[in-house]
Design a protein around this ligand. Structure first.
Ligand SMILES: *Cc1c(COP(=O)(O)O)cnc(C)c1O
Length: 251
């Protein structure tokens, strides 16, 4: 993956140093090409896959470059950080929340974001529903499923998601559009494949339940290191940060 992020500078034969000479716009072109190739490989329409440019820790000026290069959905993990960026960037892009959402931030999240990818409990769905009702809108959300039994970082296990699904139909101001998952970190994109396959199976099961306001058309899966595998397994929303903006500063 690293070789994708860094092009060797033409002068490197002389100086021996590595420079990150690829621009955000060039990265986006290359990523779109790779998405297209992966989609066509499995007979999918490349237009059925949307790119969420994940811009946590990225400053507005560089986000603007991505917007100018055609990024239309931006992903953020932090409500306050997003608020600052949305204030200075143009409005024609849409913002998706992809991070861990605390209930006390739900009110702001409902106002700022067009979709929340990371709803992992009925309680949070209910809170968002209440806030959306007050705002007079219907908020599209995804349920975050934790498919790795051993570490339950964020996300609800599959059984809980299926159980939650029945109750969710009662919430009138949230619209459940699909599922999101984040496989455990690995250097090998193939390690993510079983998780992506599993998410699609859960999606199919939930779709068969025919719950009102639960439509299940979106699968948010795939990041910088494994998005081609995700496309092959049916992803409709890719959350890509590093491959667009370069490595993030260590915390
Ligand atoms: C940061 C983040 C991403 C993007 O990860 P990259 O590896 O930089 O592409 C995707 N999804 C979530 C939930 C994230 O927090």
């Amino acid at each position: 993956m690293a070789t994708d992020l860094f092009n060797l500078c033409a002068l490197c034969v002389l100086c021996g140093k590595r420079f990150d000479v690829s621009t955000i716009a060039e990265n986006l072109v290359r990523i779109r090409e790779r998405i297209k190739t992966a989609a066509l490989r499995v007979g999918r329409d490349p237009h059925s896959v949307r790119l969420v440019a994940v811009c946590k820790t990225v400053e507005p000026e560089r986000i603007r470059q991505a917007i100018e290069a055609g990024a239309r959905i931006l992903g953020e993990n932090y409500v306050q950080e997003a608020q600052k960026k949305i204030d200075v960037l143009e409005k024609e892009v849409s913002w998706h929340f992809i991070g861990h959402l605390q209930k006390n931030k739900a009110k702001y999240a409902v106002r700022l974001f067009e979709m929340i990818h990371s709803v992992a409990s009925f309680a949070l769905a209910e809170t968002l529903n209440g806030m959306a009702q007050k705002e007079g809108k219907v908020l599209p959300i995804l349920l975050q499923v934790d498919l790795s039994k051993e570490d339950t970082k964020f996300g609800a296990p599959e059984e809980e998601i299926l159980r939650m699904a029945e109750q969710l139909g009662k919430l009138e101001a949230v619209s459940i559009k699909g599922l999101m998952t984040m496989p455990p970190y690995s250097d090998d994109p193939e390690d993510s494949r079983p998780y992506f396959k599993k998410l699609r199976i859960v999606q199919e099961r939930m779709a068969q339940m025919r719950i009102p306001r639960v439509s299940m058309e979106e699968l948010s899966m795939g990041m910088s290191g494994d998005f081609e595998v995700a496309v092959e397994e049916g992803a409709t929303l890719l959350r890509i940060g590093t491959a667009i903006f370069g490595p993030r500063p260590m915390k």
